[in-house]
Write a protein that binds this ligand. Structure first.
Ligand SMILES: N[C@@H](CCC(=O)N[C@@H](CS)C(=O)NCC(=O)O)C(=O)O
Length: 211
């Protein structure tokens, strides 16, 4: 398998964690999201993913999957151990609820393309853009903090899709200097995950394209 990735992309980071948890080997194909105005916008990459975002996962049979949550659920279907979602439908919905809070509500507002649009098209100052970023992380994390079960992970004692989404979002929040002192459960879950080699190996600084 080939993973089209960028070391700092939190959506690609999610897929790297899932691949590592499943013990699956893959080739990294780095796509620089900043150089040359974003190499993800080059026709070669558009041919891989018409949405021009990372991650994309090219399977050995030539199929290409896009959207991190769809990719991760596919991997979970094909390689069920260890499971990334609980078996019980109610528990599954709760885990997906946490994962989607991050992936669908926080992340899209704070992503490279909308932040660049705020700056370049709408001419906002960097301080406004930073305030925007902090606001949406804080609002999402306040909700998530109330939803986290007794740990060590987001939904009890097994790693799930919720943890896979949380860790990259915490990494980004720290990089953009969002204070996390009001979120002790989130910080504790992140620390518990960081002890696992699957999470460690997926960290941005451990990627071949890290800068
Ligand atoms: N919902 C998508 C988000 C993908 C996404 O937004 N990727 C970002 C990096 S985290 C990207 O490629 N941005 C480049 C751009 O929009 O120009 C997923 O979960 O895979």
């Amino acid at each position: 398998m080939k993973l089209y990735t960028y070391f700092r992309s939190s959506a690609a980071y999610r897929v790297r964690i899932a691949l590592n948890l499943k013990g699956l080997s893959y080739e990294s194909v780095p796509i620089h999201l900043v150089k040359d105005g974003g190499r993800n916008r080059a026709p070669e990459y558009r041919a891989v993913n018409p949405q021009m975002k990372v991650p994309a996962l090219a399977l050995d049979d030539g199929n290409v999957l896009v959207q991190s949550l769809a990719i991760i659920e596919y991997l979970d279907d094909i390689h069920p151990a260890p499971p990334l979602l609980p078996k019980d439908p109610l528990a599954r919905a709760k885990v997906r609820g946490m994962a989607q809070l991050i992936a669908c509500d926080i992340h899209p507002l704070n992503n490279v393309a909308p932040l660049r649009y705020l700056k370049n098209q709408l001419k906002h100052e960097q301080t406004d853009i930073d305030a925007w970023y902090h606001h949406w992380v804080r609002e999402g994390f306040e909700a998530l903090e109330a939803m986290i079960k007794p740990g060590p992970y987001c939904f009890g004692n097994a790693v799930t899709l919720a943890d896979i989404c949380l860790v990259p979002q915490v990494y980004n929040a720290r990089r953009l200097k969002v204070p996390l002192d009001k979120f002790p459960k989130i910080v504790a879950v992140d620390a518990a995950c960081q002890k696992l080699s699957a999470f460690e190996r997926a960290r941005p600084e451990n990627q071949p394209d890290a800068e």
